[in-house]
Design a protein. Structure first.
Length: 411
């Protein structure tokens, strides 16, 4: 028995999480709903505090709402108080207009602010129907009171309404058609509030998901960018270390070049985009640095055809191609070549890197971080807007990159 228990497979992490979710699904759904409402509230507050959104609307939204409701409430007075139509204020006309308006407004606001988000979306359907029924009964009672105000005689007092009018049915106006019409209006308003709330929640949910996705992508881009500079520095320091043993002066000269290059990269590390000319300047400095460690037979060329030198591009995007070319182009017996060509037309950038193919034997712990980082950055930044091809043509390795950059020019 103990052997069977020992041979039983332990639960995987995925199975444990799945069982936990199934067991506590209802509680998790409530927490998720509460978390969404908190996120919705924070989003509304954030939008309200955003100076850009406030600048787009010079008049506050609350003020506009007050003007709209003031127009709805005061517009009938133009006709009710018209001296050519009647003398004095006709309270009957006022009640005939404002009682249905107040009832409709109260049903709408109660459902929009409380009943729908707090009860309906939390699946408290019984309380949702109960509160709407109580509200409907109150509005029917209010309508009866309005009728009492219109039809009462001088002998009738407010107390007589409570003693006989509403409860004993004396002179009452609660006909079946009136009750059905109130119920119909209440149902239609509830349906409209639910649809508006669903649409609003979906829009806000989509906005939150988009912002989270954008933040995730930006975090991943920053992480990849932070990986790239140490990777470049590690390779260059390895090259300088190899020079120290047989050419200290050349190693010192290489270190000076590296410090100049790192100074430029340091100022650009916090920028999401830089002018194309600055990015190409970094590549040229790197090419000069790499050339110091190679023999005189090695041929290195760097050509550019640039129309807009101030076009904003992502920094160090092309660097992995050059690093890969310099890494695998040097012949241990001397010689080799590397050719880099960069052309920019309109918003399209074309890069072609050719080098002699002398691949090194891969080490067991080698990660190939440079090209992996390049492909990830391309997919994150230019998904569907780039092409990248690499092939071996005889003894030449050819890599071509073409992408469309939609960045503006720097001023």
């Amino acid at each position: 028995m103990s052997e069977e228990l020992s041979q039983k497979k332990p639960f995987t992490r995925r199975e444990i999480v799945k069982k936990f979710i199934n067991k506590h699904r209802e509680r998790l759904s409530v927490l998720q709903e509460a978390r969404f409402e908190k996120g919705e509230k924070q989003l509304v507050e954030l939008i309200g505090k955003d100076p850009e959104s406030q600048n787009n609307f010079p008049v506050p939204g609350v003020f506009i709402g007050i003007l709209v409701w003031a127009f709805i409430i005061l517009f009938p007075l133009v006709f009710i108080l018209d001296p050519t139509r009647s003398r004095g204020v006709d309270f009957k006309q006022l009640l005939d207009y404002y009682v249905p308006l107040f009832a409709t407004l109260l049903i709408f606001l109660a459902n929009q602010r409380f009943f729908v988000p707090k009860l309906f979306f939390r699946k408290k359907y019984f309380l949702f129907l109960t509160f709407n029924s109580v509200l409907l009964s109150f509005l029917l009672w209010l309508r009866e009171f309005a009728w009492f105000i219109q039809t009462r005689t001088p002998e009738d007092t407010i107390g007589s309404f409570f003693s006989s009018y509403a409860f004993l049915g004396v002179n009452g106006h609660l006909e079946g058609g009136v009750i059905i019409s109130f119920i119909f209006v209440d149902v239609m308003i509830c349906v409209c509030c639910i649809l508006i709330a669903i649409f609003t929640r979906q829009v806000i949910r989509a906005f939150i998901i988009r912002e989270k996705r954008r933040a995730t992508l930006q975090y991943e881009l920053d992480f990849l960018k932070s990986q790239l500079s140490p990777h470049f520095l590690f390779n260059t320091l390895n090259n300088i270390t190899s020079l120290i043993s047989f050419d200290p002066k050349l190693a010192e000269k290489s270190m000076t070049k590296l410090s100049q290059l790192l100074r430029v990269m340091l100022y650009q590390s916090g920028d999401k985009t830089i002018p194309l000319k600055d990015d190409l300047d970094v590549l040229q400095k790197y090419a000069e640095l790499e050339k110091l460690r190679l023999d005189d037979k090695f041929q290195l060329s760097f050509e550019t055809e640039i129309e807009k030198p101030n076009l904003m591009v992502e920094p160090l995007l092309i660097m992995p191609l050059m690093e890969n070319a310099m890494k695998h182009s040097a012949n241990p017996n001397g010689g080799g070549f590397a050719r880099v060509f960069v052309r920019q037309q309109e918003n399209e950038i074309y890069v072609k890197v050719e080098n002699s193919n002398f691949p090194r034997k891969a080490k067991p712990n080698a990660s190939g971080l440079g090209l992996v980082t390049l492909k990830k950055r391309l997919e994150l930044l230019y998904a569907g807007r780039y092409t990248y091809n690499a092939k071996v043509d005889g003894e030449t390795y050819v890599a071509e990159l073409r992408y469309k950059c939609n960045r503006p020019e720097s001023q």
